[in-house]
Design a protein around this ligand. Structure first.
Ligand code: SF4
Length: 184
């Protein structure tokens, strides 16, 4: 069982990827090559660092107050399903509102018949599934393109309009670069 995730970025507060003020967690590594991928720099598995989930939790407890929820994206969060399971398990003690963006469809994930994947699907609030298809980006909702399905498992009141919510982006300065958080 893996206790680590390949962490690329962590930021708080994120206000553009779900309800309230969230901790955004981006993992590195994705085997897909969606044209116009919003995070091409995170496709390289080497762009992250293996970090113990407990180290992430210590950081969150220390620096992130009044967290409304978590949004996990990438890269592909399910590349390391065991680490993701461990992360979801630990985050749930802070908030059960956990949104995951994945390039896999829900059907593909269920078809993996992997206990770690099943645990994650049973314990998150929202899964936004499927690869990004640029031609299907209709400019609507907190998903990149209209093929992506928003599966709401918890907090249905919060997320009933997820597919139509107005998009916005946060610009965050990190060292000498500007990071865009949200769906443009
Ligand atoms: S699945 Fe996501 S991270 Fe991977 S290439 Fe597609 S858009 Fe980029």
């Amino acid at each position: 069982m893996s206790n680590t995730v390949n962490l690329a970025r962590l930021y708080y507060p994120v206000r553009t990827l779900g309800y309230g003020e969230r901790v955004g967690i981006w993992v590195a590594g994705c085997n897909r090559e969606c044209p116009y991928c919003i995070t091409p720099d995170l496709r390289d598995i080497g762009s992250g660092r293996e970090v113990d989930v407990e180290e992430i939790m210590e950081y969150i407890r220390k620096y992130c107050n009044n967290v409304d929820g978590f949004t996990i994206s990438g890269g592909e969060p399910f590349l390391n399903a065991a680490g993701l399971k461990r992360l979801v398990e630990a985050l749930s003690y802070v908030s059960e509102d956990i949104i995951i963006y994945s390039g896999y469809t829900h059907k593909e994930l269920v078809g993996m018949k992997d206990d770690n994947v099943d645990y994650v699907l049973d314990n998150i609030s929202v899964l936004v599934d499927g690869p990004y298809i640029h031609e299907l980006n209709d400019g609507k909702g907190l998903r990149g393109s209209s093929n992506q399905v928003v599966h709401v498992f918890k907090y249905e009141d919060r997320y009933k309009d997820f597919e139509h919510e107005k998009r916005s982006v946060q610009l965050v300065v990190e060292g000498d670069r500007v990071m865009t958080i949200g769906i443009p």
